[in-house]
Design a protein around this ligand. Structure first.
Ligand SMILES: Nc1ncnc2c1ncn2[C@@H]1O[C@H](COP(=O)(O)OP(=O)(O)O)[C@@H](O)[C@H]1O
Ligand SMILES: [Mg+2]
Length: 140
């Protein structure tokens, strides 16, 4: 197994932080490049058309978190590329993994929200279903 490029699905949750830690551990052994992708899902319905404002607020919310990701990388001697995308989370993560030829995707079991009854969150489930490369789902 040759791991050259790791994509971490980072939604700001504690679990995705743990996924990042695993990525850095694996990168320390393989010298793989580490990229994080954070997907902002535009609201489905927006009667007053404040979609841009929503997206702007979301980007503002994530920027300091992504700065922290970069710092965590530097503390570990690596430059992490942090990418912010708009779209459907799972679809965007899988497609982006393809775009950068990632050979491993790492996610958490759960994330920022969703149904507590699910053992594995819906985004993680879809990523593992549709990804063309191995997916490592980090348990709590
Ligand atoms: N919008 C997102 N952008 C990037 N990664 C995400 C996003 N949503 C979820 N993930 C990834 O999927 C994992 C599981 O989250 P998810 O399936 O959304 O569960 P939940 O329903 O608990 O939020 C997260 O720990 C993270 O790694
Ligand atoms: Mg979620």
């Amino acid at each position: 197994m040759d791991v050259k490029s790791i994509l971490v699905a980072y939604d700001g949750s504690r679990q995705s932080q743990k996924a990042l830690d695993w990525a850095l551990d694996i990168a320390a052994k393989t010298n793989a490049k580490v990229t994080t992708v954070t997907v902002i899902k535009p609201p489905d319905f927006s009667p007053t058309g404040e979609v841009n404002e929503f997206m702007y607020d979301a980007e503002k919310y994530y920027q300091p978190l992504l700065d922290k990701v970069k710092k965590t990388g530097r503390d570990n001697g690596r430059e992490i590329n942090t990418v912010l995308l708009r779209g459907h989370p799972a679809e965007s993560i899988v497609k982006y993994a393809d775009d950068i030829s990632a050979d491993l995707i790492i996610t958490g079991t759960r994330g920022m929200g969703g149904f507590k009854s699910l053992v594995i969150g819906s985004v993680a489930q879809k990523v593992v279903t549709y990804a063309k490369v191995p997916v490592l789902i980090i348990k709590d």
